[in-house]
Design a protein around this ligand. Structure first.
Ligand SMILES: *Cc1c(COP(=O)(O)O)cnc(C)c1O
Length: 337
């Protein structure tokens, strides 16, 4: 089966297709599995990452509606906000970021550098808030001032995760299977980090629509496995409806929260071990919030024998590089170990 997304306007933002790298030294270190890494971390604009995939249909719709202002949300070190800011710069749109201090890190690096410094660099207007109530007020003010100034604002959800944004990862999944088919590989599973769940929902729906036997393992980074699975199901169903397709059964999808640790954005020893492993076997840089924890989950699944020798696994690298530098002093210290 194929997926036709031509009815949805899409603004090109990334460098597609992103590479699909064979990682033999990593696979050997994980006990003899074949690992391929889908490099959505090097998708181009604004340092790259998975959010560009979702922003292509989201901003395509916004431009078709005549929007000139984009408002969105996130944590202080949101990668989604940074990629939205870069996309808005490129498209000549005004970008308003409502950012909430939800991770208890008070270092100057976390509060000013990393993604946040890039938000400013790309010319976004940043509203820093202490809690959800302040964020709600800041949002109201941004909407009201756009209206008062005669601007047309669109609001994008956290992580760009809604039915339309998910289509970006349906397209990505089709792109990935074209690459895999060229290599004559049918992976046993795809490991994907799960935050706001749009990425995993798109991959899960894409695999279902393409009718492939591959399983999707969502590695949770913030919510529990049950909550994340519910989010994936809801988004995949909404996105399928947008395509005029039936709600997919998603029997091929699992979620796993073993690597979350104390919470979203809180580093763990297993995370840093996984970051070092990818770096020292393949020269691939993971991030401390999403891909590092997803990799820690993958490593544990290999070590416990849940992934068996001889399996072929695709690890979806969703980006997040600027976050590493926001995690000083942990990051340079962990790199030196
Ligand atoms: C946002 C993000 C994710 C999670 O994607 P969701 O679609 O929100 O689940 C994973 N990795 C990185 C680097 C991200 O920025």
């Amino acid at each position: 089966m194929t997926v036709d997304l031509s009815a949805f306007p899409r603004v090109p933002l990334g460098h597609w297709p992103t590479p699909l790298d064979d990682c033999p030294r990593l696979g050997a270190a994980l006990g003899g599995i074949r690992v391929l890494v889908k490099r959505d971390d090097v998708s181009g604009l604004g340092v790259g990452g998975n959010k560009l995939r979702k922003l292509e249909p989201l901003l395509g719709a916004a431009l078709a509606d005549g929007a000139d202002t984009v408002i969105t949300f996130g944590a202080v070190q949101t990668n989604h906000g940074r990629q939205t800011a870069a996309a808005c710069a490129r498209l000549g749109l005004r970008c308003e970021l409502i950012l909430t201090r939800e991770v208890a890190r008070t270092s100057d690096a976390y509060q000013r550098s990393g993604n946040l410094a890039l938000d400013h660099l790309y010319g976004a207007t940043v509203h820093l808030c202490d809690d959800d109530r302040q964020a709600e007020d800041a949002y109201r003010r941004a909407v009201d001032s756009a209206a008062a100034e005669g601007r047309k604002a669109v609001t994008l959800p956290v992580g760009g995760s809604n039915a339309l944004g998910v289509l970006g990862y349906v397209a990505a999944t089709a792109e990935m299977f074209t690459q895999l088919d060229g290599l004559r590989i049918t992976p046993d599973r795809i490991v994907v980090p799960v935050g706001s769940a749009g990425t995993a929902a798109g991959v899960a729906l894409g695999v279902a629509l393409l009718d492939r036997p591959t399983r999707v393992d969502g590695a949770c980074v913030s919510h529990t496995a049950a909550e994340s699975l519910a989010d994936i199901r809801r988004l995949a169903a909404e996105s399928a409806a947008l395509l005029g397709r039936d709600t997919p059964a998603l029997t091929h999808v699992r979620t796993d929260d073993r690597a979350v640790g104390p919470g979203y954005g809180v580093p763990t020893a297993a995370l840093w071990d996984a970051v070092r492993l990818f770096a020292r076997t393949e020269g691939i840089t993971l991030d401390p919030v999403y891909t590092g924890k997803a990799a820690a989950c993958l490593v544990d699944m290999a070590r416990t024998g849940e992934i068996t020798a001889g399996e072929t696994v695709v690890f979806l690298h969703t980006g997040g590089l600027p976050g590493l530098f926001a995690y000083a002093p942990d990051f340079p210290a962990e790199a030196e170990r």
